[in-house]
Each structure stands twice: as structure tokens, then as C-alpha cells.
Design a protein around this ligand. Structure first.
Ligand code: DHB
Ligand code: MG
Length: 620
């Protein structure tokens, strides 16, 4: 059995966007040992098979599989003869490529053989043809095959065909989408397991072909138990490469270099989660809370955000020793306003960094590096505390911090300013809209690199399109991020809502009292329509006193099996950022996602009013 040091990693060219050249460069760049050549990629390429082989050799990539060979078997003798000719032609291509294994998938055509003896005989004949050339056939049951659609059936046929050049290709999607049991793999001799393809997928109720062709994901991004699956394949004695085969509409059009890194990260994390002989990675040190959230501001957005922080009960407690950065604090909630950072756009404020408390920042950075997260260079001035940082998929900098006398606060000189506060105690979560093609990557990033748990998430119909969101959290919920994404092109091009909104949510133990204090301080709170509270009353029959408080203070409400959630929002400050105040009652674990359409509609309205009041405001 291959152990962790000799296991090889491969990726199918179909996983990646671009031409064959783009795909090879991306696969090599991410550290893959080999590739599966997906036939249509070769057919569209100007390279001869020999030139492709040479290019792979240059890049240090092996060609581990040629695929797919479709509809090998047939009940029509003329088709059988044509398929022998087709097979010979493909074996020539394989010889020129220097690849010894071809994937034959179970037939989907109406003329597919349905008699198992006849099918075994046709597989035997094809294996004979391959064997003469020193090649092997890995037979894969497509989950939608006409006659063969389960891995156990494909194994019955491979066993019956009984040819040394014929073995199995196990594909986790086909096995797990059909509810197959990987425990059965141990019945297969290891040397009959010719190839292994790994893919995850979300649990969806839909046609299995559509599910496979559009929604596959890299391991760890979906709902399948891939550590158990891979563990079973390895326990059965499989010694070939671990190869990813993911058909996904988004990855098909995303930067292949990034997708390849995402793919490699998924494999490393999967191997580290194996039940036996796991890959040893630096552990993810415990993260114990949000240290601070950093907003980039400029001369116009900075004063606006600072003014609102003041009305929210924050005090400007510190000034950075060497940079134009202000520290604002209330309880253990901390916000940095950085007027020296590169900004996304004039007049905008933007969340550019979030810092999490790590029990071992250096260890957190080592874990991140082992999982191919871009570690960011830090320029250190005199007396500046070391802060390790990595870039998240959306570009947000993630700092691993220690908040203490010898940690990052030492970079700030006290201003002496204080505030009575408004009851905000800590940062509850940071909400980040993800770029369209970074959402699944981000979930895996926070899960594997930071050791957060990704929730299952939800989808809501919002005014400017469907929005998907999920929380990623530490086990004790000390760190929470709320990631969201538009399902299709970001909505609202015809009438912009808030583009790619970001928010920072602060916790209070008394939402009503805090709301009262914020209103008295003139904080720009978002108005919630009466219809919303009427609907709450109709649906939930809340205590009239609570309902009256919610109405009076523009508070939103949600409940789950464990508890309840009271929250309110500020208006958008400087283009895309807003603040939220939340109170979690009992064990409420969500983010009030059901209320987000109401919030978005209200933000749109506030945005229109602001624009009407100040026609010179940059329009977008
Ligand atoms: O969708 C397909 O046709 C297809 C082709 C080859 C594979 O290995 C596979 O798993 C699916
Ligand atoms: Mg497959």
C-alpha cells in the first residue's frame, strides 16, 4: 500500500478552465504529480499527442489516465466492429502520450449490452486488445449507465471478464450519489483497483447526470464522506494516484491557477482527515475570538465611519505609532480605521482585514502555509508586534493575533479617550460577500486553513437576485464569519442595491437597551417597514411587549430550534460597509438570513434617499 510519502496526486484536465496549456501550467503550479487527459481537451489542442507528452514532461507532470472511452459495448455487431477500430486509434494516441490506462465508462446508449455474460465477453475482448499493447482498461460505472450504473455491478463484470488488462475505476461521485457502500471495496483485490477518481458534491435531489455534470465539488466542499470513502479504497490496497475529477460550472470558468490550488488544498485536507495513515499537517491552533476588524477608509469615508462608531458607543482609544490607523474600542469589540491602506474605490470604506485571536499565531501561519494559503509579507516598523497574515480567497487579509500587553495593541499609543458605551461587548461576526467564483473555495479555506466549521447555509430570494450564505465558525462560536454570494451574476445591475456589501456585527446582551442608546446618540439606524413587523406578529404570535419594542426600535427577529435572535443594522457607510448589532438568546446559532431581503430592500431605499439628497455623490 502506498503510504503518505509516496502517494501521488493528480487532477483531471476537465476540472480546470482554459486550454490544455493553461490547465497544465495550473496543475504543475499547484504541485500536482500528474493529470488525467480528458479527451475533448486533446481534440481541441493544436499539440500532437507526442507534443503534449513532451510539455507534460517539461512541467514534471505524469499522464496518469486517458479518458473517457464511451459506449464500448453494443448489441449491434457493426457497432462492435466500429468500436474495435476506435479503440485501436485511441490506443495509438495513448502510446504517443505514454499513458498506460484508459477509462472506459459504462455505456449510456440504447444499444448497450444488457446480458452480463455478453458484456463480460466484450470487455474481455477489449482488454485483450489493450493488453497486446501493454495498456490497461479501468472500467467505471456511470451512475446513469443504461445497464451498469453501480460499482458492485461493474466489479461483477470485471471479475467475470477475468482479464489482467481489465480492472476497476472507482469514482466517489458515482458510488456515493447512488448510496453505494465503500465498505464493500475490501472484497476487491487491490491490484484490480486500477484507478480512483475523487469528487464531492452537495446533497441535491435532482437527476444524477445533471448533478454530476454541473455540481461536483472538490473534497471537503460538499456533503459526501470522502475520508471514509478514500480510507476504504486505500484499505482495499489501491496504490495508484489520488485523482480529482470535478465537473463544475463555476470552476469551468474560473482562473485555473486558483482552482488548481483549491483542488490541491482539498486533497491535502482530505488526506489529513484519513482514518488510517493520515497526512500529517501542522495542526490548526485554537482560535479564541475576533481580535479586530480593519476597515480601509479615505478622507471622505473615514470621518463618516468614525462618527458612526462614536454614536455606536465606541471610543477612539489608540493611534498607531507609525501609520495613519485609528483603534476604536468598546468592550472587546475593536475596529481599526486605516487611512493608509490601498482602497477599493474613492469614498468607499471596505473591510480589508480581520484579525482572529490565535493561541499560537506562528503555528497558525505554518498551518496556512502547508495548505497553500498565500502568506502575506509584513512590513514591521520599530516596536511593531509580529502579526502573521494570510490572504483569504476574496483577498481579505486574515491576521493571527494575540491581544495582550506584548501583542498588537502595543503598536498603538493610547489617546486617553473613553466612552460610556452602548452595551456592545464583542464582535459577533464579520459578513463578507464573496466574489462569484470564490464561495466554495472560501468555505474550504476557512475550514481547512483556520479549522473553522462550515455550516450548511441557506438561500434567500433577495430584491436583486438569489443569495446563498453560510456561517463558518469555531467550535465554541468565538469566531464567526458569514459568507454570502449571488447565485448568478451579481444582481441589481439595472438598479444597484449595495454592491458586494460587507458588515461587522457586534454583540449586545440587551438589544432593546442598546437600540434605545443608539437612537438617542443619533446613530444612522436602518428603518424597517411596518409590513415586516405585521408579518412577524402573524407568523410568530410574539409577546406584545416584545413586538412593540421590535417595532419601536427597528429590530429584526428570528428564531431557531434553540433560541432567538434580535438584530438591527446601520445604514451603509461609504458605499458598501454597514454595522449590525445582534443579541443571541439561548443557543441561537444563525445570522437572521431570513431577514436579509428586508435589510437589502431597506438599504436600497436609504441609498436612493442619500443620492437624492446629494446629487453629486458618485453614482454606481
Ligand atoms: O459525465 C461523464 O460523461 C463522465 C465521463 C467520465 C467520467 O469519469 C465521469 O465520471 C463522468
Ligand atoms: Mg469519473
Amino acid at each position: 500500500m502506498a503510504d503518505r510519502s509516496t502517494r501521488r496526486r493528480a487532477v483531471a484536465t476537465v476540472c480546470l478552465s482554459g486550454t490544455l496549456e493553461d490547465k497544465l501550467v495550473a496543475a504543475a503550479g499547484a504541485g500536482f504529480d500528474g493529470i488525467e487527459v480528458f479527451e475533448p481537451d486533446l481534440v481541441a489542442s493544436p499539440w500532437s499527442p507526442a507534443e503534449l507528452a513532451a510539455r507534460c514532461a517539461d512541467l514534471g507532470l505524469a499522464i496518469d489516465l486517458y479518458q473517457p472511452f464511451r459506449d464500448l459495448d453494443s448489441t449491434d455487431p457493426a457497432t462492435v466492429a466500429r468500436n474495435r477500430r476506435r479503440a485501436r486509434a485511441k490506443f495509438d494516441v495513448m502510446a504517443a502520450l505514454g499513458v498506460d490506462t484508459v477509462l472506459v465508462c459504462s455505456a449510456v446508449a440504447p444499444d448497450a449490452v444488457t446480458d452480463d455474460d455478453e458484456l463480460a465477453a466484450q470487455l474481455h475482448a477489449a482488454a485483450e486488445l489493450a493488453g497486446e499493447r501493454g495498456l490497461r482498461i479501468a472500467y467505471e460505472a456511470l451512475a446513469w449507465g443504461t445497464h451498469v450504473s453501480t460499482w458492485d455491478h461493474s466489479w461483477d463484470l470485471v471479475r467475470a471478464a477475468d482479464h489482467p488488462a481489465l480492472g476497476l475505476c472507482l469514482d466517489s461521485f458515482h458510488v456515493l450519489s447512488r448510496g453505494g457502500d465503500p465498505a464493500g471495496f475490501t472484497a476487491v483485490p487491490g491490484d484490480k483497483l486500477f484507478f480512483l477518481q475523487l469528487a464531492d458534491a452537495p446533497q441535491l435531489s435532482m437527476d444524477v447526470l445533471q448533478w454530476s455534470r454541473h455540481h461536483r465539488l472538490f473534497p471537503g466542499q460538499g456533503a459526501f464522506d470522502l475520508p471514509a470513502f478514500l480510507g476504504s479504497v486505500l484499505a482495499a490496497g489501491y496504490a495508484g494516484p489520488l485523482s480529482l475529477e470535478v465537473f463544475n460550472d463555476v470552476f469551468r470558468q474560473s482562473d485555473p491557477a486558483r482552482t488548481a490550488v483549491d483542488a490541491m488544498r482539498s486533497l491535502l485536507a482530505l488526506e489529513a482527515a484519513l482514518p488510517v495513515d493520515p497526512l500529517v499537517l501542522p495542526p490548526a491552533p485554537a482560535l479564541t475570538g475576533h481580535a479586530f476588524t480593519e476597515l480601509a477608509v479615505d478622507g471622505s469615508s473615514g470621518p463618516v465611519v468614525a462618527d458612526v462608531l462614536g454614536r455606536l458607543g465606541f471610543a477612539h482609544t489608540g493611534q498607531h505609532r507609525s501609520k495613519p490607523v485609528q483603534l476604536w474600542e468598546q468592550g472587546s469589540a475593536r475596529v481599526l480605521l486605516n487611512a493608509g491602506a490601498a482602497r477599493p474605490a474613492d469614498g468607499e470604506a471596505a473591510v480589508v482585514a480581520l484579525a482572529v485571536e490565535s493561541v499560537d499565531p506562528t503555528g497558525s501561519a505554518a498551518r496556512a502555509e502547508a495548505l497553500l494559503a498565500p502568506v502575506l509579507p509584513r512590513t514591521r516598523g520599530n516596536a511593531e508586534a509580529e502579526l502573521s497574515a494570510v490572504a483569504a480567497p476574496d483577498g481579505t487579509q486574515v491576521f493571527f493575533a494575540r491581544t495582550g500587553p506584548d501583542g498588537w495593541p502595543a503598536d498603538f499609543l493610547p489617546t486617553g479617550e473613553t466612552s460610556a458605551g452602548a452595551g456592545l461587548t464583542r464582535t459577533d461576526h464579520v459578513g463578507l460577500t464573496q466574489p462569484f467564483d470564490a464561495y466554495d473555495e472560501a468555505g474550504l479555506f476557512y475550514d481547512s486553513v483556520l479549522g473553522l466549521d462550515a455550516g450548511s447555509g441557506s438561500e434567500v430570494a433577495a430584491p436583486f437576485g438569489l443569495v446563498r450564505s453560510r456561517g463558518v465558525t469555531t467550535p465554541d462560536r468565538g469566531v464567526r464569519l458569514a459568507l454570502s454570494v449571488s447565485l448568478l451574476r451579481r444582481g441589481g445591475g439595472w438598479a444597484p442595491g449595495v454592491p458586494d456589501p460587507q458588515h461587522v456585527a457586534f454583540a449586545t446582551d440587551d438589544a432593546v437597551g442598546t437600540a434605545r442608546a443608539l437612537r438617542a446618540a443619533g446613530a444612522p439606524l436602518l428603518a424597517v417597514p411596518a409590513n415586516y413587523h405585521d408579518d412577524l406578529d402573524a407568523r410568530l404570535d410574539l409577546d406584545p411587549a416584545l413586538l412593540a419594542d421590535l417595532r419601536e426600535h427597528g429590530l429584526l427577529y428570528d428564531a431557531d430550534a434553540d433560541g432567538a435572535f434580535l438584530h438591527l443594522y446601520t445604514e451603509v457607510l461609504g458605499g458598501r460597509v454597514f454595522f449590525e448589532v445582534v443579541q443571541r438568546l439561548a443557543g441561537y446559532d444563525g445570522y437572521g438570513a431570513v431577514n436579509s431581503p428586508v435589510r437589502m430592500a431597506a438599504h436600497r431605499r436609504a441609498r436612493q434617499e442619500t443620492r437624492a439628497a446629494a446629487p453629486s455623490t458618485r453614482s454606481r
